[in-house]
Design a protein around this ligand. Structure first.
Ligand SMILES: *Cc1c(COP(=O)(O)O)cnc(C)c1O
Length: 412
C-alpha cells in the first residue's frame, strides 16, 4: 500500500488510465481544430467531438424524444462545471429578463451557483435561497411555494459535494415542469453514481465536469434541453460562434475525448462501483463508530453519495485531525471554504453547531480506494482521535459528566 492515501474524491479524481489512453492520439497525430471544415484534420477532430457529445448525452438520458437516440446536440462543451453553472444561470436570467427576475436555489449549492446568484442580485435579480433539513435535504414543497409569477429558474444540485446528500430531483422536476419554470441541476457529484436522467426527471439544464468522474481537468459540459421546452440562453462568451453560438472558443478535443471515455466507463461500471463504495464506506463508518464514542454522521443516512462519509468527531478540531492523519488526504468542514476558517456554510445551513462543524472530516472514497486502505485509515483515525481527545480538557470534563453548556468560562 502506498502513502499518502487519497480520500478526497469529491475535490477531484485521478484520470482513469483508459481515459488517458483514449486522449493521447488527440494531442499528436489527431491534433486538428474541430472547427476546421476544409480538411481531414478538422474532420477527424470534429467526428471525435460529435461522438463524444453522444456518449455524454447517453450517460444522462438526454435522448431525442422521437428517435430515442442520444441527442448530442443538447451537449454544450465548457471549461468545467463552474462555467456551466454560470452559463446556465446567467444565460437564462439574461435571455428571459422580459419574463421575470426571480431565481430559486438552495443554501447548500456549490459556490459556482451561489456566487453566480449573488452576482445576479447585484444586477437587480431576486434570489430565494431555500433552507434544507438537518440532513441537507431540500423540501420539494418549499420549492413549489417559492415559485411565483416572476420565477424564471430553479437551480438545485443533484448531490452535495460536502455531505453527499442526494436531492429529490425527480420530485422537483415534476413541480417545475407543471409550473412552466426552467430547472437547472448542478449534477457534478452524482453523475454515474446515483440515478440521474434528464428526461425522466424533467431537468432542462445540467452541469457536469470531467475531473470529478476520472476524466481530465478543465473540461465540462452543460446539457441544454432542445425541445419541450426548448431552452434559450444568452451566451456568456463571444467569439467564433462555436457550440451553436452558446460558447465560443476552440474546443479542447483531447479533453472532450477523455470526458466521453470517462462517461462511457461510468455508464458501464458506475453501478457496480457504487455498490462497492457503499460497502467500503459502511465498513469505514462501522469500524470508527464501534471504537469511538460521540462520532456523528453529517448528511443523509441513506440518500447520499456512495463514496461520501462525512463525520464529526466531538472534541477534536478538524484541522488538528487533518494534521494528525497527514498520510490520508481528506477535507474538513472548517477548511471547505478554502483559506478561511469559517465553518462550512453547508453544515451551518443544516443546523450543525459550530463545534460539530469544526470537528467534521469528509472521507471521499472512489474508484481506486482499496479495502486495505479502509483498514489502514480506520486504524489511524481511531488512534489519533483517542490521542487528541486525551489531550483535550473538554473531553475529560465531558467524560466526567460535566455539562459543558452549563460551564461558566472565565475567559474565552
Ligand atoms: C467541483 C464542483 C464544481 C466545479 O467544477 P469545476 O469543473 O471544477 O469548475 C461545481 N459544482 C460541484 C457540485 C462540484 O463538486
Amino acid at each position: 500500500m502506498k502513502l499518502p492515501i487519497y480520500m478526497d474524491y469529491h475535490a477531484t479524481t485521478p484520470l482513469d488510465p483508459r481515459v488517458l489512453e483514449a486522449m493521447l492520439p488527440y494531442f499528436t497525430e489527431k491534433f486538428g481544430n474541430a472547427a476546421s471544415r476544409s480538411h481531414a484534420f478538422g474532420w477527424t477532430a470534429e467526428e471525435a467531438v460529435e461522438r463524444s457529445r453522444e456518449e455524454i448525452a447517453r450517460l444522462i438520458g438526454a435522448n431525442d424524444e422521437r428517435s430515442g437516440q442520444p441527442d448530442g446536440k443538447s451537449i454544450v462543451f465548457t471549461s468545467g462545471a463552474t462555467e456551466s453553472d454560470n452559463l446556465a444561470i446567467k444565460g437564462v436570467a439574461e435571455f428571459y429578463k422580459e419574463k421575470g427576475n426571480h431565481i430559486v436555489t438552495t443554501k447548500v449549492e456549490h459556490k459556482a451557483v451561489l456566487d453566480t446568484c449573488k452576482r445576479l442580485e447585484k444586477d437587480g435579480y431576486e434570489v430565494t435561497y431555500l433552507d434544507v433539513d438537518r440532513y441537507g435535504m431540500v423540501d420539494p414543497d418549499a420549492v413549489a411555494k417559492a415559485i411565483g409569477p416572476k420565477t424564471l429558474l430553479v437551480s438545485v444540485m443533484l448531490a452535495n459535494n460536502e455531505v453527499g446528500t442526494v436531492q429529490p430531483i425527480a420530485e422537483i422536476g415534476k413541480i417545475t415542469r407543471a409550473k412552466g419554470v426552467l430547472f437547472h441541476s448542478d449534477a457534478v457529484q452524482g453523475i454515474g453514481k446515483v440515478p440521474f436522467d434528464v428526461n425522466a426527471m424533467h431537468v432542462d439544464l445540467a452541469s457536469i465536469t470531467a475531473h470529478k468522474m476520472y476524466g481530465p481537468k478543465g473540461v465540462g459540459a452543460l446539457f441544454v434541453r432542445r425541445s419541450k421546452p426548448r431552452v434559450r440562453l444568452t451566451a456568456q462568451m463571444d467569439g467564433g460562434g462555436h457550440e451553436r453560438g452558446l460558447r465560443s472558443g476552440t474546443l479542447n478535443v483531447p479533453g472532450i475525448v477523455g470526458f466521453a471515455k470517462a462517461a462511457e466507463i461510468m455508464r458501464l461500471e458506475g453501478k457496480a462501483e457504487a455498490e462497492r463504495l457503499v460497502r467500503q464506506r459502511e465498513t469505514l463508518k462501522k469500524k470508527l463508530t464501534a471504537r469511538l464514542p460521540e462520532v456523528h454522521l453529517n448528511g443523509h443516512p441513506e440518500q447520499r453519495l456512495p463514496g461520501n462519509l462525512n463525520l464529526s468527531f466531538a472534541y477534536v478540531e478538524g484541522e488538528a485531525m487533518m494534521m494528525a492523519i497527514k498520510d490520508v488526504a481528506v477535507s474538513s468542514g472548517s477548511a471547505c471554504t478554502s483559506a478561511s476558517l469559517e465553518p462550512s456554510y453547508v453544515l451551518r445551513a443544516m443546523g450543525v453547531g459550530e463545534e460539530a462543524a469544526h470537528s467534521s472530516i469528509r472521507f471521499g472514497l472512489g474508484r481506486f480506494t482499496t479495502d486495505e486502505e479502509i483498514d489502514f485509515v480506520a486504524r489511524l483515525v481511531i488512534e489519533k482521535v483517542e490521542k487528541l481527545r486525551e489531550m483535550s480538557p473538554l473531553w475529560e470534563m465531558a467524560r466526567e459528566g460535566i455539562d459543558l453548556t452549563q460551564v461558566e468560562w472565565a475567559a474565552h
